[in-house]
Design a protein around this ligand. Structure first.
Ligand code: GRF
Length: 212
């Protein structure tokens, strides 16, 4: 399974993918890492020939950047596109080009807390649970069908940072679990629904992972 990975920052989710591939836990190949930030540490996690980045702000409009990004991703001939800490909205043109084959890991129990600052919002709402979700990417931000989620407890003394760190602990195994199912051909999308083993998911898969 050829994976194109989009990342804007640290790339810990990308590293989890690379580590799983190295140990044979994930039968896949990262065919490119694409970033809107040339300084993203994520880019340094793969050899130079696999890196692509452009300063999004150098482009007249979102569409121009999106088209160039889509062309670069298409050139890597991916089976799937994985947004792993990618912090830019993928425009309609990009999504349509790879529709049904783009996954995103988002640090909340979707549909709660689409967008940014999800941990602070969960704390502000005094949620007992928070977590991460893997979903299909559609033009609307963080709104595609959720395939699976991993909950974590919110502790009374949590800060946004401590909660984010706990969520990150489940993001990696969650993303890998979904990618393993994807590599096995078990995941699909049909008319906005996540399909697992040929059946539409009415509720996302709940995956539990230990956290410290
Ligand atoms: C993660 O919390 C991810 O869910 C969010 O960006 C954060 C950084 O991810 N989208 P990474 O360490 O760059 O993979």
């Amino acid at each position: 399974m050829r994976l194109a990975v989009l990342a804007s920052g640290r790339g810990s989710n990308l590293q989890a993918i690379l580590d799983a591939i190295a140990t044979g836990a994930l039968e896949a190949r990262v065919v490119g890492v694409f970033s809107d930030k040339p300084t993203a540490p994520a880019l340094q996690r793969v050899p130079e020939p696999l890196r692509w980045s452009r300063k999004a702000k150098d482009y007249a409009d979102r569409g121009a950047f999106g088209t160039e990004l889509a062309d670069a991703v298409a050139a890597s001939q991916p089976d799937w596109v994985v947004c792993a800490g990618y912090m830019r909205i993928l425009g309609d043109a990009f999504v349509q080009r790879f529709r049904g084959r783009i996954l995103n890991i988002h640090p909340s129990l979707l549909p709660k807390y689409r967008g940014l600052h999800t941990h602070a919002r969960a704390l502000a709402a005094s949620d007992a649970e928070h977590g991460a979700s893997v979903h299909f990417v559609i033009p609307e931000l963080d709104a595609g069908a959720v395939i699976a989620y991993a909950p974590v407890p919110v502790l009374t003394d949590d800060t946004a940072e401590s909660l984010a760190a706990r969520v990150l602990q489940v993001e990696h195994p969650l993303l890998l679990a979904v990618l393993q199912m994807t590599a096995a051909g078990r995941i699909d999308e049909q008319s906005g629904r996540a399909i697992v083993d040929g059946q539409p998911l009415f509720t996302p898969l709940r995956l539990e992972f230990a956290t410290t």
